[in-house]
Design a binder for this molecule. Structure first.
Ligand SMILES: Cc1cc2nc3c(=O)[nH]c(=O)nc-3n(C[C@H](O)[C@H](O)[C@H](O)COP(=O)(O)OP(=O)(O)OC[C@H]3O[C@@H](n4cnc5c(N)ncnc54)[C@H](O)[C@@H]3O)c2cc1C
Length: 376
């Protein structure tokens, strides 16, 4: 993997901008997947990654995390996920796979390269970092579906002695002081963390809205086998069923009843308020807590992109990742196109689609720049 630039600390933007055909922002699975196709097409491109090592998002997740997609459905284009295809890879397996992937296909990832802004002047995108500027004909934003940890404002009303962390910062039960802990959030993350902590702590789980539970395995086959076989995983947001699926979160392989009976986790309703050490729920119950883990999701932040492709709420307006600003694309967002858009095993579909758009655009752009010479 290349590390083409020094980790300059200061801001020295006096050097001439680096010119590329394509810049990819973000070197997670989405950035690598499109990098694979861009490399095959022979583009001059770079992948700019804020972290100083590969697979930053996966490395930051909790230690015992296992994928809900089996290895068979966790591959990027051109390289099957190693090992038994029916196993559920760990966080570290994914990090190793992504690191090997970038190395194997010699993808031009530049680490410690956080992009601070993207602007457009005429037909050129200016991509500004702390220490340098790139210019490109086309830019792919692949900065992830889960970016800024969201904690509800009521968290501020809890006593400073209550240990609080977002699930993004949770690593292992040793992070949580002895005694009772409240996990807030009834999604996959909340359920998995509650289950893990139940071996060592008195665990309470606050479920705001019940998600549709789906079994991980049905008649010996993984859930994703059925989603693939029925074509549901590729239903788009343009279809009625796709829209219905997009509006409903699913809980894979967990059931509130099992969590309560087998793991002794105490279930509560939505967390609505907090004061001191006491948390209140929407059914009027209260609970005194020593620690709270906010498994309350993430927000997307594209405020650093200074190109008018967003609606009034800040959401990017696009058709399968293609924006109205020619040459600017988004990849890897939840439901960019299908349920698979933000999953490791299916992001390749959108990546391949965008790579085709990029190739067409580049051909047209180079024809246009050649045209005056031909006239002469
Ligand atoms: C707890 C959890 C469990 C999951 N389990 C599964 C699973 O089992 N199976 C599955 O298929 N999916 C799973 N996912 C969903 C999805 O696969 C992951 O979220 C995945 O990390 C998304 O990949 P990505 O490349 O789109 O984004 P990320 O992995 O978030 O990568 C984005 C990259 O962009 C970089 N970046 C951000 N901003 C900038 C910037 N301004 N400049 C430069 N770089 C920047 C970040 O450092 C990061 O490395 C899970 C997600 C979560 C949160």
């Amino acid at each position: 993997m290349t590390r083409s630039f020094p980790h300059a600390v200061g801001r020295d933007l006096t050097d001439a901008p680096q010119r590329r055909e394509v810049i990819v922002v973000g070197g997670g699975q989405a950035g690598l997947a499109i990098g694979y196709f861009l490399s095959q097409q022979g583009h001059d491109f770079a992948i700019l990654e804020a972290a100083d090592a590969p697979a930053a998002a996966w490395r930051g997740r909790w230690e015992s995390l296992r994928l809900f997609t089996p290895a068979r459905y966790s591959s990027l284009p051109g390289a099957p996920f190693p090992g038994d295809p029916d196993r559920y890879p760990t966080r570290d397996d994914v990090a190793a796979y992504l690191s090997d992937y970038a190395r194997r296909f010699e993808l031009p990832v530049e680490f410690a390269s956080r992009v601070r802004s993207i602007r457009k002047t005429n037909a050129t995108y200016t991509v500004e970092l702390d220490d340098r500027i790139h210019q490109a004909d086309q830019v792919v934003v692949a900065t992830g579906p889960f970016q800024v940890p969201f904690v509800p404002p009521i968290a501020e009303r809890l006593d400073p002695e209550v240990v609080q962390l977002h699930s993004a910062a949770y690593q292992a039960p040793r992070d949580i002081p002895e005694g009772s802990v409240l996990v807030v959030g009834g999604g996959n993350t909340g359920f998995q963390i509650a289950e893990e902590l139940s071996a060592s702590h008195e665990v309470h789980l606050s479920i705001g809205s019940r998600q549709t539970p789906l079994p991980q395995r049905i008649f010996g086959r993984d859930l994703f086998w059925y989603l693939e076989a029925t074509g549901l995983i590729r239903k788009t947001t343009a279809s009625r069923i796709g829209r219905r699926m997009a509006g409903r979160d699913t809980l894979i392989g967990s059931l509130p009843r099992t969590l309560r009976r087998r793991y002794g986790v105490r279930l509560h309703g939505r967390t609505v308020d907090a004061t001191g050490r006491t948390v209140s729920f929407d059914d009027g119950e209260t609970l005194d807590v020593g620690a709270v883990i906010w498994a309350t999701g993430f927000r997307v932040d594209h405020s650093w992109i200074d190109v008018s492709v967003f609606d009034r709420t800040g959401r990017v307006v696009h058709q399968r990742g293609v924006t109205e600003s020619p040459g600017l694309y988004f990849l890897g967002l939840s439901w960019l196109h299908t349920r698979g858009s933000a999953l490791i095993g299916w992001v390749k579909d959108d990546a391949e689609y965008l790579a085709r758009q990029i190739a067409t655009f580049q051909r047209t752009a180079s024809r246009e720049t050649r045209a005056p010479e031909q006239v002469r």
